[in-house]
Design a binder for this molecule. Structure first.
Ligand SMILES: [Mg+2]
Length: 439
């Protein structure tokens, strides 16, 4: 796609050329359409040291080379076109940049004639601009899930976001009030995992931007309120061959899954503790997983590495044949590392015949003590990072250097938290809010 021609055709005046760093922060340059032909070839320049990528001030400039297939015109400002980019430095892709990391895993899976299709369920809260309370004071029911009135009081915003997704061709199909007061979820069609990751990045930007225009604040923070259910980011997964055959489907199996699906799942379960460092990447994340029961009666987040049939109390749920849902991730997860981590663990599962064992049918919120052999999820970010550092699977898939960089930066984050005056306080601290509300 020639972006200059596209700009003329679609009346685009500016392009946002972005990349996403390790912490999931979207970094961009706003580029006038007049020079987009040059930028399409050479990319927009950035100094890597200034963002979460573990680079030094002495490193050469990085360029974010836009992927034209990711182009999205901002529905609320169509004269601006958004482009996801891949980072390059010294004529090579930066192998420790999240979108490149995902691309490399997609390539590895492609060599097996496989591709991952996925959908994500992004939960978020609508809160007051200062972050101290939910936006809608009347949203106080003790079982607020699917509450029609609370949903319709946010109709203007929710419908604007949904209209935008319809226009963009994402195939949105449902919007609801979730399990916590002030919490919502919007679902759109699954697709190839790179497209899902790009849309995931854009969705968060769009929800935050449109909420802001209405004087509200949207947050994807894993656990913004101690007594309320947190923000999850569940993913539905299936692997397909190039002829469009779902390789996870076996109708003769009890849960409708093929041997490939069980191996892939076994790989994810094998690496789950390490993946937690990516899927639950903040100090605040660990107040969501392993959390005590919330006001609504359940946390809806897992605490053990188990799978089940259509039972939401486990880390993996099989809601129907030919796919499974991974329920570990929270709202702070990096959209590219989410998909990349799943593929890396899944490939390991396939190559090493990882066996997920038998499904568990316990209610893990009430009967977890009965699942004696089930591995527990890490209790905090430090433990998760230590699992990630030691993970043979992750180091092999992404290189020791990249894993070390990630662990180093997140460890600095923990250090910063521990230095803060309220690190010993119970509940959700000011430091967490300051550092996580806009994740
Ligand atoms: Mg949900």
């Amino acid at each position: 796609m020639d972006l200059k021609k596209e700009a003329k055709k679609r009346k685009i005046k500016y392009f946002l050329i972005c990349y996403v760093d390790f912490f999931g922060v979207v970094r961009s340059k706003l580029v006038p359409a007049q020079v987009i032909d040059q930028m399409q070839k050479e990319g927009a320049g950035f100094a890597g040291f200034s963002t979460y990528l573990d680079m030094s001030p002495a490193d050469a400039d990085m360029a974010s080379i836009p992927d034209p297939s990711s182009l999205i015109q901002l529905p609320w400002k169509p004269e601006v076109g958004w482009l996801a980019g891949d980072l390059w430095m010294n004529g090579e892709p930066v192998k420790s940049s999240p979108r490149v990391m995902l691309r490399n895993q997609i390539e590895k899976l492609k060599k097996k004639n496989m591709n991952l299709k996925s959908g994500v369920e992004c939960e978020y809260f609508l809160i007051s601009p200062d972050g101290n309370s939910i936006a809608d004071e009347r949203d106080q029911a003790s079982k607020p899930c699917y509450d029609q009135s609370a949903l319709m009081r946010q109709y203007d915003l929710i419908s604007e976001i949904c209209d935008a997704m319809i226009k963009l061709g994402w195939g949105p199909y449902q919007n609801d009030h979730e399990d916590a007061n002030g919490q919502f979820e919007m679902n759109w069609d699954f697709s190839n995992c790179l497209q899902t990751a790009d849309r995931h990045v854009f969705f968060k930007f769009m929800v935050k931007s449109l909420a802001e225009q209405k004087g509200l604040r949207a947050t994807f923070m894993p656990k913004p309120f101690e007594n309320k259910t947190g923000n999850g980011c569940h993913a539905h997964l299936s692997v397909w061959d190039k002829n469009g055959k779902n390789l996870f489907l076996d109708k003769k199996d009890k849960l409708g899954l093929s041997k490939t699906a069980y191996k892939f799942m076994g790989g994810i379960m094998h690496s789950a503790e390490a993946l937690t460092a990516w899927f639950n990447p903040t100090v605040n994340s660990y107040k969501r997983i392993n959390a005590p029961v919330t006001d609504s009666g359940a946390t809806w987040s897992p605490n053990t590495i188990t799978y089940s049939d259509n039972n939401r109390t486990h880390m993996i749920r099989v809601p129907g044949s030919g796919r499974f849902e991974l329920r570990l991730m929270d709202g702070a997860t990096n959209p590219y590392l989410l998909q990349a981590g799943i593929i890396a663990a899944g490939i390991d599962g396939i190559e090493n015949n990882r066996n997920p064992g038998k499904p568990s049918f316990l209610n893990m919120y009430a009967e977890a003590h009965k699942a004696k052999s089930a591995k527990k999820l890490p209790k905090n970010l430090e433990t998760a990072l230590s699992h990630l550092s030691k993970s043979k699977v992750m180091n092999k898939a992404f290189s020791k250097e990249t894993i070390n960089s990630y662990v180093k930066l997140r460890s600095l984050d923990i250090k910063d938290f521990k230095k803060s005056k309220d690190s010993k306080k119970k509940g959700i601290t000011e430091w967490e809010k300051l550092n996580t509300l806009d994740c």
